[in-house]
Design a protein around this ligand. Structure first.
Ligand code: FES
Length: 353
């Protein structure tokens, strides 16, 4: 369900990125409290067209129920309708609709040693995690390894430097710039699997880290996961969120493998209400549902954000691509509705689980 909010501040943080703060009316404060790492699904109309996007919350989580701060980082994406609008036209006072914070890429603050490997705007949810953890848990430590193109394009430079100043003994920071020479001893160039395999053991004991958080473009996240596994990190302690998927990340072969029945029917439950609709040839189950239920949850429609996650109650589906669900989630029966096509004549989804 979308709620009406208003823009209360817009700060330019790099040439191509802004931080946008949304004010939350008193009656929605409990609804909009977030766990560090969660994101907001926003809806906006640009030239009459409805745009939905998901943006991670960069602000620390509120300790008290009465002061949630909804601040999100938005970087301009080539051809990105909402990001272009946010950078060029969005103004303080503008209305924006948003759903309650959601997402399972989270760090619940507790004592321990945590680490993150992020690329570009992947810093956004991790900034909230590190700031909240270090403020609330005096015994916790956090190591941030970030990769950006240049210092000028690095988001939240001041906020991260501030964390380093406030927690010099508990916050470890390594920045790698891919298009800029750095001082001797600091890594430059892309942070790929080979570079990380060399770098990580010099920074910390990989198997002893309590939680790894990987966030950013697909290539960086997959390379980091592979390096961590080779260095002995427990699979269950590695959490990931992918922000950008290049074309090569798609799996078009999957779609062509699917033999859809000539007629199929979707039954779905959302917010306690159920319905049943015929699936039209070639459409995803999300699109089937959206023809009758405009409240069906989605943001990217690209298999990346996970907003359309649903439990497959019965029947079989084939997903075109999946960059959002962990193997444990697909193993437990969850699917992405925006990527799912029916394999059996009857399919039932439950969005409420
Ligand atoms: S809407 Fe983003 S994964 Fe389906």
């Amino acid at each position: 369900m979308f709620h009406p909010l208003r823009v209360s501040a817009i700060e330019r943080i790099t040439d191509d990125a802004v931080a946008v703060t949304l004010s939350v009316p008193p009656e929605l404060r409990e609804t909009f409290r977030h766990t560090p790492g969660q994101h907001l699904n926003v809806r906006y109309r640009v030239d009459g067209e409805e745009i939905r996007r998901s943006y991670s919350i960069c602000a620390p989580a509120a300790e008290k129920p009465d002061d949630p701060v909804l601040r999100v980082g938005i970087r301009m994406v080539d051809g990105g309708t909402f990001s272009t609008y946010a950078l060029k036209e969005l103004a303080v006072g503008d209305p924006v609709e948003a759903m309650a914070p959601t997402g399972r890429f989270v760090l619940d603050p507790r004592p321990g040693h945590y680490a993150a490997i992020v690329g570009g705007s992947g810093i956004t949810p991790v900034l909230s995690m590190a700031a909240t953890l270090l403020a609330r848990e005096p015994l916790a430590r956090f190591c941030l390894i970030r990769s950006d193109r240049t210092a000028a394009s690095t988001m939240f430079l001041d906020e991260v430097a501030d964390l380093k100043d406030r927690h010099p003994d508990r916050f470890q920071l390594v920045t790698a710039l891919s298009r800029e020479e750095q001082a001797a001893g600091l890594p430059s160039g892309r942070l790929d699997r080979e570079r990380l395999t060399e770098l990580l053991p010099a920074l910390l004991s990989v198997p002893d880290v309590d939680g790894w958080f990987l966030c950013g473009p697909l290539g960086l996240v997959r390379g980091a996961e592979s390096a961590l596994r080779a260095l002995g990190a427990n699979r269950a302690r590695i959490h990931q969120e992918i922000f950008h998927v290049a074309d090569e990340g798609a799996d078009p072969a999957t779609a062509s493998r699917v033999t859809s029945p000539s007629e199929s029917r979707l039954t779905a439950t959302l917010d306690g209400r159920s319905g049943s609709w015929p699936v039209e040839n070639g459409e995803s189950l999300l699109d089937t549902m959206l023809r009758s239920r405009s409240d069906a949850p989605y943001a990217c429609k690209g298999g990346v954000c996970g907003t359309c996650r649903a439990f497959l109650v019965s029947g079989e589906v084939e997903m075109d691509r999946n960059f959002a669900l962990e193997p444990e989630e697909t193993g437990a029966g969850f699917v992405l509705a925006c990527q799912s096509r029916p394999v059996t004549p009857e399919v039932e989804l439950d969005f409420d689980r």
